[in-house]
Design a protein around this ligand. Structure first.
Ligand code: GDR
Length: 351
């Protein structure tokens, strides 16, 4: 297995370190056939991608690389278009240029953000797209160029139109992780209040484990096709806050509207999980700086095609996923709180 990582002056492989094998390690290292290799690369660098693909001659390519934060895409639209849109073209073109189009199967990480201002509920493979951000516009190009290379050159290239998928490894600035981490930090006394944007937003949240299995399944078929991957259930950001607070031992009540909305603690169910919180504490507030210039208010996927054609079933519920995320973040918060109690300087990054 080969991966591509961007050069940064700090380590940036934390989320894959558990599968990385140190080539110096006598048991798993290169002499004993380490099976995972990382190459420096970048989706903006054509010659680099072409060289790596030529060296590796892959059977399968999963293009999961992107500037993937929707709100950030409004700040860096051109970079997002370059990486997410043209980056996909660069990979497809490198495969074709190297004459690998009959060997290398290509998976494109397409997204429910393509549906944007939804034209149909629930959204399926045939639902018209209506992107609502520079991110979604870039992904729209990537979707169609993948279809185009399939139709033009007979490549096995397909789009997984994935709805939001989460896990304890989710980046800290996406809303689910921001909530589970923020509430865990509050429970352990590392933060006082969590600031969020649009609490009414509805999403169809699934577990990344289920969705990654499906990505692999999509590349094992006779013919390449595009699939929607979703749970078929949606909840609001507010509901996810309530669920996460429950997992952190707290019952909260919401009041106020829009920018004045707050979540206040009305009961402590498990004081061991949340020793730093008192009844009456306001632990969530709205900060309009997290509102987006154009919002995707509601997303709900229909995974019927994936179920019928591939036998794919979503095995992990949003409740189970939330419980797992809060448990992990509580453990992290406990470690940080312990260090703090022993006089160490613990700073908790928030954005
Ligand atoms: P999304 O995920 O934009 O759906 O894209 P995100 O978690 O960022 O937002 C989900 C919804 O929550 C609302 N929201 C907030 N979002 C963030 N990030 N921070 C906040 O404080 C906040 N408050 C409310 C948002 O407005 C939005 O409606 C994710 C990304 O992983 C994409 O790359 C991927 O393509 C899609 O999921 C499927």
């Amino acid at each position: 297995m080969h991966g591509i990582k961007r050069r940064a002056s700090s380590f940036n492989t934390e989320r894959i370190d558990h599968i990385y094998q140190d080539p110096h390690d006598a048991k798993t290292g290169s002499d004993r056939g380490a099976r995972f290799k990382l190459h420096y690369g970048d989706l903006t660098d054509t010659s680099n991608l072409t060289r790596i693909l030529n060296e590796v001659q892959p059977d399968e390519v999963y293009n999961l690389g992107a500037q993937s934060h929707v709100a950030v895409s409004f700040e860096s639209p051109e970079y997002t278009a370059d990486v997410d849109g043209l980056g996909t073209l660069r990979l497809l073109e490198a495969i074709r240029f190297l004459g690998l189009e009959k060997k290398t199967r290509f998976y494109q990480a397409s997204t429910s953000e393509l549906f944007g201002l939804v034209q149909e509920i629930p959204q399926r493979e045939t639902t018209p797209f209506y992107p609502r951000s520079p991110y979604a516009c870039a992904k729209l190009y990537a979707y169609w160029i993948t279809v185009n290379y399939r139709e033009s050159y007979g490549m096995y290239a397909c789009n997984g139109i994935l709805f939001n998928h989460e896990s304890p490894r989710r980046g800290e600035t996406f809303v689910t992780r921001k909530i589970t981490r923020g509430l865990a930090n509050i429970a352990q006394g590392l933060e006082k209040c969590l600031f969020l944007g649009n609490m009414d937003s509805l999403r169809d949240w699934g577990h990344a484990k289920d969705y990654v299995r499906m990505q692999w399944m999509m590349l094992q078929q006779e013919t390449a096709e595009d699939f929607v991957i979703a749970t078929g259930q949606q909840i609001s950001v507010r509901e996810f806050v309530r669920m996460s607070a429950g997992e952190a031992g707290l019952i909260v009540e919401f009041s106020g509207k829009g920018v004045d909305e707050i979540a206040k603690v009305t009961e402590i169910v498990d004081a061991a999980k949340a020793p730093a919180v008192a009844v009456g504490d306001v632990i969530v507030r709205v900060d309009p700086r997290y509102f987006r210039p154009a919002e995707v208010e509601t997303l709900l996927g229909d995974p019927a095609k994936a179920k019928a054609k591939l036998g794919w079933e979503c095995e992990i519920s949003v409740e189970e996923m939330c419980a797992e995320m809060v448990a992990c973040d509580l453990e992290n918060a406990r470690k940080h709180a312990l260090l703090k109690r022993h006089g160490h300087n613990v700073s908790v990054a928030v954005e």
